[in-house]
Design a protein around this ligand. Structure first.
Ligand code: GAL
Length: 823
């Protein structure tokens, strides 16, 4: 070997040595598998030796309440009529390899409902009351390396703790983390972009380094990667950190010609932070972020990257329909896809912090988010509400919410609370100021907000002046007045409409008031709801009249479990529902039902919020016995004109914006019959069975059409999957839509036949649903009655690639099956 070769060989060793990872950083590990569960009091279950062999085996995330059964006597209808309260225990036996000795070991819960107490090997390691907040607990003092450990978690959600269905259990993801003594702790980076131009973006990275060992000197290497993973900038800095301390550093990097995070092209970058000591990489921590500017202006609304974006938002509770609150990535992603297809560009996480994946999905899909902290502060709305924890926990809960979520480009506002009762209290502004300061201490790059419903109380007591952007719940007619009184105030509809309806239900006569006790609400969408409700149309008029307002967040995007207003939605704080209204158990508010199937109102929003030509017509066309009688027909379109036909006969064209439709209900300041909407086209046509058809015109050209045919008797069951191929990862889902049709494939809009499912192969059935707010059957059995011709089955993949066959049958009908592939 010559000298040159020897040199190269030595150089090679040196390079290898410098890259060698002597103490490999172990990425956070999913800790969801193989838990044991017991529902009820299990005295002493925190002890290592507690006999748990008979406990039920399950994987997380898990929601025990969705397993049912529904019971409107024992369980409050307000929270869904499901057993959300009581004690639940989870235990997990696990072994940590001896080689891990010396690591810092911690466990991270994205949320546990509710009042979690956690023990490791019989020793209490922590507790966290608020079920919606993520938290990490240090296990290091009690962990045994090379031996079995037992982790025990006790949850004690209370009855009447929320005004909606919270679910119960360890319902979000759990991870175990193994860190070297010097590492970047949970939420240890904060990435901001103080300067953005076409040429460059300045990226400021604040990094916290923790040392749980002796004094150390380490290098913090920070690199920026573009969407393809290519490094675009990097910096390294020496950090001196003595034992048991946190050190904070700030590095400033530049990205040339940055690609902005836009709603249509939500480009993401990534910060990769490495802690290096003597050539060993001790920690690698990744922070996705986006480069974008946000501005909230008193006169020009909300600007993203300098361009006005009208907020077309929805409020969302966290449950996932038939899956309850048990988090599933695909189920959440599908919700967002459905919302986007309706034209939504913003979400409000009413009334609590979401799971982290919610924001990851919005970052990727280009959806703006308002993250909300609380539904209550010191003053409670329900008997066992968050107010009982507020004094002790509001600060850590609020700080943690902001710390966890402040790197997401999708997050544009922090809401301190929804309809908090301090609005009506003389010194309510003081607490608001305190909470506002906490948020500002963690993040000054986004405004604070809150949703107010007691107009003008929070203006009189000055509370509204302690936040940056003022959210109004159900006061569209006041946007103008507020702007006149306070021209510098920035205002928007934090909650709007609260219209209610049931998919496929149409009541005639159309007048809503006599329908109060049918148990459903008509999809003509002419208001039956709480007294503060109003049709979407009235919000659009208000936003047009006051264009400075930022936009709106409708209540809600998806129907959710609990709060079945107007049937039992009101709480007298002792039993919370009107007995005669049971079995209503889920909400009626949204434009899509609990399955995610569009109601007619979905198309009304689409007609206002999207541009791709669309037209929709309602009601169904099965009015047996009403031949010759007039039926109101509504059409929704984003085109200019619509022509209506019955069996080929034209009933004339109507022009959007010119031909008005009367809303035959009283609401807000509109006495009965005085509000006429320009957003809906309508006709009265004598019913005759056959084909109801609409053609929409743009620039005089027929652009798009839709038709509904009178259906005969149910003859067949049809099934469609939202995705026929899913990942074989044990959590991916395929959502099946089952339709009852007549011989010719027309949807039978009044049929409710029982559908049975039989699943074989590489997957399982994890939920069934039909969107009927009054259905008390199980969400988990392999059968479901259809509701107005439709129902849903949700299939989950196993870890084995293969095929899933789902047989779908209904007595007396032609049955079917569908094949799904998992890869
Ligand atoms: C609002 C409240 C929401 C929901 C809604 C129903 O006042 O903030 O949580 O209850 O009413 O209309």
């Amino acid at each position: 070997m010559n000298i040159r070769n020897t040199f190269l060989l030595l150089l090679g060793f040196a390079i290898l040595a410098s890259c060698q990872v002597e103490q490999p950083h172990i990425a956070d590990q999913n800790f969801n598998a193989d838990w044991l569960f017991y529902k009820g009091d299990a005295e002493g279950a925190e002890a290592t030796a507690f006999p748990d062999a008979e406990w039920r085996k399950l994987d997380l995330p898990h929601d025990w309440a969705i397993e049912g059964p529904f019971d409107g006597v024992k369980n409050n209808a307000r929270t869904g009529g499901l057993p959300v309260h009581g004690t639940g225990w989870y235990r997990k036996h696990f072994t940590v390899e001896k080689a891990m000795q010396g690591k810092q070991v911690s466990i991270e819960f994205d949320g546990a409902m509710d009042d979690a107490h956690v023990w490791l090997n019989g020793q209490q390691v922590g507790n966290r009351p608020y079920g919606y907040i993520g938290f990490e607990l240090d296990l290091t003092p009690y962990i045994k390396f090379g031996e079995e450990n037992v982790l025990a978690v006790r949850l004690q959600p209370q009855d009447l703790a929320m005004r909606w269905y919270p679910g119960a259990g360890i319902y979000r993801n759990v991870r175990i983390k193994y860190n070297n003594p010097v590492h970047i702790p949970q939420w240890g980076t904060f990435v901001t972009t103080p300067e953005i131009s076409a040429e460059k973006a300045v990226v400021k990275i604040r990094t916290t380094v923790k040392n749980a060992g002796q004094t150390s000197q380490v290098t913090l290497k920070t690199s920026l990667k573009d969407k393809n993973g290519a490094e675009v900038a990097s910096a390294a800095e020496e950090v001196n950190i003595s034992g048991e301390k946190l050190a904070e550093t700030e590095q400033v990097l530049e990205v040339a010609n940055p690609e902005l995070w836009e709603l249509e092209t939500p480009t993401l970058y990534k910060v990769v932070s490495e802690i290096i000591q003597n050539g060993n990489v001790l920690d690698v921590y990744e922070t996705p972020f986006g480069i974008r500017t946000i501005e909230f202006t008193p006169n020009d609304g909300f600007l993203l990257n300098g361009k006005r974006v009208l907020l077309k938002g929805v409020c969302m509770h966290h449950d996932l329909g038939a899956l309850g609150s048990a988090f599933n990535y695909r189920a959440r992603e599908r919700q967002m896809e459905i919302m986007k297809s309706m034209g939504v560009n913003a979400l409000r996480t009413s009334h609590n912090p979401p799971e982290p994946e919610w924001l990851e999905i919005c970052d990727k899909m280009g959806i703006l988010v308002q993250v909300e902290a609380f539904d209550e502060w010191k003053k409670g709305k329900v008997i066992n509400g968050y107010n009982q924890y507020f004094d002790e926990w509001h600060e850590p809960d609020l700080r943690d919410m902001v710390r966890r979520d402040r790197n997401h480009p999708s997050v544009i506002m922090w809401s301190l609370g929804n309809e908090i009762l301090e609005q009506g209290v003389a010194d309510g502004w003081q607490l608001t100021k305190h909470l506002n300061n906490i948020v500002k201490d963690e993040d000054t790059t986004r405004p604070t907000t809150a949703g107010f419903n007691y107009y003008p109380a929070p203006f009189k007591n000055k509370l509204a002046f302690e936040i940056d952007v003022v959210g109004m719940n159900y006061w569209p007619i006041e946007y103008k007045e507020i702007k006149e009184k306070y021209p510098d105030m920035i205002v928007y509809g934090s909650e709007t409409s609260s219209q209610t309806s049931s998919r496929g239900v149409y009541h005639l006569p159309i007048d809503p008031l006599p329908q109060r006790h049918t148990g459903h609400v008509s999809s003509y969408d002419v208001i039956v709801g709480p007294p503060w409700a109003y049709p979407p149309d009235a919000e659009w008029d208000a936003l047009e009249a006051e264009p400075a307002a930022l936009g709106e967040f409708i209540w809600t995007g998806f129907d959710y479990l609990g709060e079945p207003t107007p049937y039992g939605g009101r709480d007298n704080s002792t039993h919370g529902y009107w007995n005669d209204d049971w079995p209503s158990r889920s909400s009626y508010f949204a434009p899509v039902d609990l399955c995610g199937f569009p109601k007619d109102r979905y198309y009304l929003y689409q007609s206002q919020w999207t541009e791709e030509p669309m037209v929709h017509v309602l009601p169904h066309w099965n009015w047996n016995g009403m031949e010759g009688q007039n039926i109101p027909v509504f059409a929704y379109t984003n085109c200019e004109e619509v022509e209506l036909f019955v069996n080929g006969k034209s009933y004339g064209k109507k022009v959007k914006g010119k031909d008005l439709t009367e809303i035959p209900a009283e609401f807000h300041s509109y006495p009965k019959g005085t509000y006429k909407t320009k957003y809906r086209l309508s006709w009265e046509v004598p019913y005759q069975p056959g084909v109801l058809k609409v053609i929409a015109y743009k620039n005089g050209e027929a652009t798009i059409q839709k038709e509904i045919e009178t259906a005969g008797k149910p003859a067949k069951v049809l099934v469609e999957a939202d995705r026929n191929e899913i990942s074989a990862d044990g959590s991916d889902l395929s959502f099946l839509t089952v339709k009852l049709t007549d011989e010719n494939g027309n949807l039978c809009p009044l049929s409710d036949n029982l559908i049975e499912f039989e699943i074989t192969g590489a997957g399982t059935l994890v939920g069934v649903c039909n969107g009927n707010q009054r259905d008390l059957s199980s969400f988990q059995e392999p059968r479901q009655q259809a509701f107005n011709g439709l129902c849903q089955a949700i299939i989950k993949s196993s870890n084995e690639p293969g095929e899933i066959i789902v047989k779908v049958s209904s007595e007396g009908l032609e049955n079917t099956e569908i094949k799904l592939t998992t890869k």
